[in-house]
Design a binder for this molecule. Structure first.
Ligand code: ADP
Length: 169
């Protein structure tokens, strides 16, 4: 077979990776911020190889928290949850990478920290479900909606990371 220059393979690989890139919404809740866990949590996503494309610290209003958690409005803990989310600064972020929506949830661990495996963020750093320190979108549709709720399009920064070719090959 005719030799195909390595650069062509590399381009095809990069195109394949670009097609599989996805973004997820991750937020460190007021308990995580107050407990000084920002750098610990950010570093877990960063070291994994995901790319940070948006970040801001904001105190959401109660109304905003209710929008964010609208799917849970029939649950008995809904009001307390929205009070809590709006009780202090939240670090809102968008992370990008192959499979980041699903694997981001693995890094986070189960909703109830008592059921989260050691090694996960909630397993290592939280004890009760009402103070589980972090939020992550649970699927592609939610990710899209949550990113749109928390960020203006211009706040999402598209850039090439020099590490990408070492992370994806
Ligand atoms: P997750 O955050 O893992 O996606 P859910 O969407 O089911 O989980 O719930 C959203 C948030 O509501 C949880 O992260 C937790 O802070 C809170 N929550 C869930 N279940 C309870 C509960 N039984 N009591 C108090 N708070 C809860």
């Amino acid at each position: 077979a005719a030799a195909v220059p390595a650069a062509v393979y590399m381009l095809q690989d990069q195109e394949a990776h670009a097609a599989e890139m996805e973004r997820t919404f991750i937020a460190i809740k007021p308990d995580g911020v107050q407990r000084g866990l920002i750098s610990e949590i950010v570093s877990r996503f960063e070291r994994k190889g995901y790319k940070l494309v948006a970040i801001k610290l904001i105190v959401p209003s109660k109304e905003f928290a209710e929008k964010h958690y609208h799917d849970l409005k029939e649950r008995p803990f809904f009001n307390g949850l929205c009070d809590f989310l709006s009780s202090g600064p939240v670090l809102a972020m968008v992370w990008e990478g192959e499979g980041v929506i699903k694997y981001g949830r693995k890094l986070i661990g189960a909703t109830d920290p008592q059921k989260s495996e050691p090694g996960t963020i909630r397993g290592d750093l939280a004890v009760v479900v009402g103070r589980n320190i972090i939020h992550g979108s649970d699927g592609p549709e939610t990710a899209k909606d949550e990113i749109a709720l928390w960020f203006e399009p211009k706040e999402l920064v598209s850039y090439t990371s020099n590490a990408e070719k070492w992370i994806y090959g």
